[in-house]
Design a protein around this ligand. Structure first.
Ligand code: MSP
Length: 525
């Protein structure tokens, strides 16, 4: 069986600095990638930027910069942001990369030679100062949504892709492969809104957009948006280059994780383009919901400096990258939209990270220090309450595995934190602090401490893909490197009696929520 796992984020538009919304998909992909590594798979995790189009060119001009200068600054900031959030990607593709540009030209030509691309005329509403075409629905009060000036009806020569030829093939694809597009609600949207009414051909070149990949056999045209953007998932692996080793190893992708607004492009245009070239299709596409900020998706219209938008560049250094990852992964139910609020972020921080996980670790380690000089004790005979705890842990490990098959990071975290809640309750129920006062109960005390240490080890390994920092710290107390850990390690009791548990710094400080709210709103001004 193929033991590789190829996962991708969308390539984001660097038309402005990335927001917490962009972090949402990227952090999910990072957690899923790390999880699959732990499952023993050879993982390739791709992210990147979608750099062509008039909007980028206009933004650069407005900033008094060349496109390249403008983009380089935003991409440097994006890479810093991924570092800040511990995003462990394998490759960052930029659609302005030379190898991508060359590959796209070859792909466009091949589609043309096969008769899937033909020349026609594009009719649209054009904003002259912005040099941009808009559709009726994109207009704001009948004017250009970017500059607010009037638009004119205009026509230009353009190439088209024969998307209309693929309606039946796509319906068949969805029917025969229920996993291809998830959640199921997205399939219904595609079928009812686009496939049943019948697909129209797609405009794939422009003469009015200069900032794009030139069509090499007709240089007045540049490749327009989706052929350039979607094929990144393959060109990043060397498709149409001299070296297709990675492509042969990792294509087809195991999953493209994307926001729901671009499902249409990934679930309709992308498979149609691949079918036209007789190429294997991605195995799964997952269209997640939006993280809403005061009811707004906020990804396109506002800047990171606006008050409502919380900047991950402020949050991560102040509260840790793990805490930002936690709110992103935990707060939004599987596949639906969910709200972000600063208050929810701070409340979860205290309730889950400080009072639950942090508290379990610090209580256990300090009891171990006090009652056993930080030495891992022997495991005595297990009582029913100990067995119940481990049965519960094992059940939650199975649940996490089942949820992660479907990229349900939020439910996985609920399961993992159930483990910590149960372990804290186990401390209350077994009262090790009381046993410590009775010398004849030392054996039982040792067993309880040992059980707690094993639960901390298992729970921290399980939590590592989601929160890599704090778990690495906790596991370092046992000299365990989670990067090397495998999922099967979770089956065992693997600590060794007699070994020392090193002391570690406090994981998360308790926050004064009111005070933090005030400070953050000052910073966001
Ligand atoms: N460039 C295209 C994608 C091409 S992929 C071949 C694009 N870029 S984008 O910059 O607009 O990024 C959109 C993506 O960012 C969404 O699909 C989603 O993954 C992520 N998100 C941006 N804001 C978001 C939220 N508020 N909530 C959840 N995801 C969000 O579209």
């Amino acid at each position: 069986m193929k033991n590789t796992f190829y996962i991708t984020t969308p390539i984001y538009y660097p038309s402005r600095k990335f927001t917490l919304g962009n972090c949402y998909t990227t952090v999910i992909c990072d957690a899923v990638a790390r999880y699959n590594k732990m499952k023993g798979k050879e993982v390739f995790f791709l992210t990147g930027t979608d750099e062509h189009g008039q909007k980028i060119s206009n933004n650069a001009k407005a900033a008094g910069k060349s496109e390249k200068e403008y983009l380089d600054e935003i991409i440097a900031d994006a890479k810093e942001l991924w570092k800040l959030l511990d995003i462990d990607y394998d490759k960052f593709i930029r659609t302005t990369d030379d190898y991508h540009v060359k590959a796209i030209q070859k792909i466009f030509k091949e589609l043309y030679d096969k008769g899937y691309i033909y020349k026609g005329a594009y009719k649209g509403l054009y904003c002259v100062p912005c040099e941009s075409f808009w559709t009726e629905s994109q207009l704001k009060d009948g004017c250009c949504p970017d500059c607010g000036r009037p638009v004119i009806a205009q026509e230009e020569e353009a190439y088209f892709f024969k998307l209309s030829a693929f309606t039946d093939k796509l319906l068949k694809l969805y029917k025969e492969n229920p996993e291809f597009l998830e959640p199921q609600t997205r399939v219904n949207e595609m079928v009812n809104n686009f496939l049943k009414p019948g697909l129209s051909d797609l405009c794939v070149s422009r003469t009015s957009v200069k900032w794009g990949i030139p069509v090499d056999f007709d240089p007045a045209h540049t490749v327009y948006v989706w052929i350039d953007a979607l094929f990144n998932y393959m060109t990043a692996l060397g498709f149409k280059s001299d070296d297709e080793t990675l492509l042969n190893k990792f294509w087809p992708a195991d999953v493209h994780i994307i926001g729901k607004e671009i499902v249409r492009f990934h679930a309709i245009i992308w498979p149609a383009l691949l079918m036209a070239l007789d190429l294997p299709l991605p195995k799964r596409i997952f269209g997640h919901g939006w993280m809403l900020f005061g009811g707004d998706k906020l990804s396109k219209s506002k800047t990171v400096d606006s008050k409502e938008c919380v900047d991950p560049r402020i949050l991560a250094p102040r509260y840790s990258s793990d805490s930002v990852r936690y709110i992103l992964l935990r707060e939004i139910p599987f596949g639906s939209d969910g709200n972000y609020s600063t208050e929810a972020f701070l409340t979860r921080f205290n309730a889950d990270l400080v009072n639950n996980y942090g508290n379990l670790v610090s209580r256990t380690f300090s009891m171990l220090k006090k009652y056993n000089n930080s030495i891992i004790p022997e495991l005595g005979e297990l009582e029913q309450i100990d067995k119940n705890l481990f049965e519960m842990v094992d059940q939650e490990i199975k649940n996490v595995d089942r949820y992660m098959e479907n990229f349900d990071v939020s439910k996985s975290l609920i399961s993992i934190f159930n483990i910590f809640t149960s372990a804290n309750k186990y401390i209350e129920a077994t009262e090790p602090f009381r046993l410590a006062k009775a010398p004849d109960k030392k054996g039982r005390l040792d067993t309880i401490l040992r059980c707690l240490l094993e639960v901390i080890r298992k729970g921290s390994l399980l939590l590592y893909p989601y929160l890599p920092n704090c778990t690495t710290t906790v596991l370092s107390a046992f000299e365990i490197d989670p990067k090397e850990a495998k999922f099967n390690d979770l089956d065992k009791f693997s600590l060794k009696a007699g070994e020392i548990v090193h002391s570690i710094p406090m994981l998360f400080p308790r926050l004064d929520i009111q005070k933090e709210m005030e400070e953050l709103s000052k910073l966001a001004e």
